[in-house]
Design a protein around this ligand. Structure first.
Ligand code: NAI
Ligand code: MG
Length: 352
């Protein structure tokens, strides 16, 4: 297979974890006889410095010519005082919107050798294997009007039936590929958009008789997610609820450094990035944990290119290195040997 990937390293530890992930990608390519052509572009603070624009046209056109995009992270204190249009995260919002990446996938999987780092009891966190599917391009973050009034402020949640249908359909397909269970989250006792959401799920489940569906209110699911996380398979929800629940779910495993994500649309194109940010305080020291970005490469291979075996090999290698007791500083406990970013990456590469 021959594919084009645009690589956007971004800021802070972004370039370091991206360098690791690209090495792993190329090794997998070699082993399985694929050719991945990489084109590097600028986004975030790096793009502001170079183009005075967090998402320059040059970057958009690179992405348009690619089959998938791999991104590091954006942001840092250097740009914190900028005007809203010239802030690094504006680049992220705009790339998602430009490519209509309406589905954000965040898998959360318990890694046995890391359970000690979870704030949850071992017996609660073990066996967790869930995926939050968050609607990413609609809802209150984009709805109009959004304004200050004389005596207050207004935000607006807007969803069209079509917007709800496409994300819900995506989640049904994912549930079918996983354990066949779908939990739809809303606030249908209060919100009209939530009543529409629930209606769409109820209609669509007739087309997916093999998927078991349940509805939960967002407040109760927020509790259940930490008291009984292994109950869940695919959890689908609107933009703001998904924002909150996916951050909540990310603590189950105990480390931001191991969580990948994908932002996709109906076809094969997608944007893949670690859940964590640019960690400016540890940037440039060679100590960042590259696991989340390496696992994002696995998602890219699986969801954009259909390369399931290759993706599974990356996941296996990462788990094996953890099992062998090798960790970067963020995960190491007393007595563990602490590896640098590139030492840890080499362990994964040797494993593959
Ligand atoms: P962060 O995720 O960058 O860092 C949170 C904590 O986790 C820090 O202690 C950091 O050192 C640690 N950490 C994160 N990733 C790590 C890794 N791979 N290895 C080892 N340790 C890791 O979030 P924070 O500190 O809130 O934000 C820092 C900057 O990142 C800000 O400018 C923020 O806007 C940006 N950010 C960007 C995101 C993105 O590009 N998608 C997402 C979240 C934040
Ligand atoms: Mg968030």
């Amino acid at each position: 297979m021959e594919k084009k990937i645009t690589v956007l390293p971004g800021d802070g530890i972004g370039p370091e974890v991206i360098a690791s992930a690209v090495e792993v990608l190329q090794v997998v390519g070699k082993r399985f006889n694929h050719t991945f052509h990489l084109a590097y572009g600028a986004i975030g603070g790096a793009a502001i410095d170079q183009y005075n624009n967090p998402l320059p046209d040059e970057t958009i056109s690179l992405c348009e010519q690619s089959d998938a995009v791999l991104l590091g992270a954006v942001g840092g204190p250097k740009w914190d005082q900028n005007t809203p249009e010239l802030r690094p995260e504006k680049g992220l919002l705009r790339i998602r919107k430009h490519f209509d990446l309406f589905a954000n996938l965040r898998p959360v999987m318990a890694i046995p050798s890391l359970l000690g780092a979870s704030p949850l009891k071992k017996e609660v966190a073990e066996n967790v294997d869930l995926m939050i599917v968050r609607e990413l391009t609609g809802g209150v973050y984009f709805g109009e009007p959004r304004m200050r009034t004389d005596d207050g402020a207004i935000d607006t949640t807007v969803y069209s039936r079509k917007e709800v249908e496409r994300i819900v359909e995506n989640a049904f397909h994912l549930a079918r590929l996983r354990k066949g269970r779908l939990c739809s989250v809303d606030k249908a006792n209060v919100l009209e958009t939530s009543r529409l959401w629930r209606e769409v799920v109820e209609e669509m489940k007739k087309r997916f008789p093999d998927v078991q569906v349940e509805h939960h209110l967002v407040d109760s699911v927020a509790m259940k997610l930490i008291t009984n996380p292994s109950h869940f398979d695919v959890v689908v929800t609107e933009n703001m609820f998904g924002d909150i629940l996916s951050d909540e779910a990310s603590v189950i495993t105990g480390s931001l450094g191991v969580l990948p994500s994908a932002s996709i649309r109906g076809d094969n194109f997608g944007l893949y990035e670690p859940v964590h940010g640019s960690a400016p305080e540890i940037a440039g020291q060679g100590v960042a944990n590259p696991a989340a970005t390496i696992l994002s490469v696995a998602m890219l291979l699986k969801y954009s290119f259909g390369l399931k075996e290759e993706a599974a090999e990356i996941e296996r290698a990462v788990n094996a290195v953890f099992e062998d007791g090798y960790f970067t500083a963020d995960l190491a406990r007393d007595g563990d040997r602490v590896l640098t970013t590139s030492e840890w990456t080499n362990k994964v590469i040797n494993e593959i």
